[in-house]
Design a protein around this ligand. Structure first.
Ligand code: FES
Length: 133
C-alpha cells in the first residue's frame, strides 16, 4: 500500500504531490466566476485582488473557515497544513483550504454551503481580463 503525503499537494483525481509556483486559474462555484491566480498567490488572495470576498478568518491555514470543495484539478500548498485543520480524509474527499492553496493549472472549487462570493468593489481591473463568466 502506498502512503500518500497530503501535506503539500492534493488532487481530486490522484492526491499526488506536485510542487509549482506557476500561475493558475480558478472557477468558483456556484457563482461560476473564473479568474487567474498569480504565481505564489493563494486562491483567497486572488479573490481579494479582483474585488471579491469569500468566507475566511485567519488566512494562514489555521482555522478551517475557508474550507471548500475541490471539484476539479489540483492544488499545491507551499506550507504544510495541520491535520487538525484539513485531515487526510477530507483531502481525499476533495476538500481544500483556499487561503493557503495555489492552483496547479486550472481548477474548480465549490464554496461551502454557508459561504458565497461577495463583491467588495464596484470595479474589476480591466487590464486583467479576470472575473469573466
Ligand atoms: S481562513 Fe483560516 S484556514 Fe483558511
Amino acid at each position: 500500500m502506498n502512503d500518500i503525503d497530503c501535506s503539500t499537494a492534493c488532487s481530486v483525481a490522484d492526491l499526488s504531490m506536485q510542487a509549482t509556483s506557476s500561475a493558475g486559474a480558478v472557477r468558483i462555484l456556484p457563482a461560476n466566476v473564473r479568474f487567474s491566480v498569480e504565481p505564489g498567490e493563494s486562491i483567497v488572495d486572488a479573490v481579494r485582488r479582483i474585488g471579491y470576498r469569500t468566507r475566511y478568518c485567519c488566512r494562514r491555514g489555521g482555522c478551517g473557515a475557508c474550507k471548500a470543495d475541490l471539484v476539479a484539478g489540483t492544488v499545491h500548498y507551499s506550507v504544510p497544513i495541520a491535520e487538525s485543520v484539513l485531515s487526510v480524509a477530507e483531502r481525499r474527499e476533495g476538500k481544500c483550504l483556499p487561503c493557503r492553496a495555489h492552483p496547479v493549472g486550472e481548477i474548480v472549487i465549490r464554496l461551502a454551503e454557508r459561504d458565497r462570493l461577495r463583491r467588495t468593489f464596484g470595479f474589476i481591473n480591466p487590464a486583467s481580463g479576470d472575473a469573466g463568466r
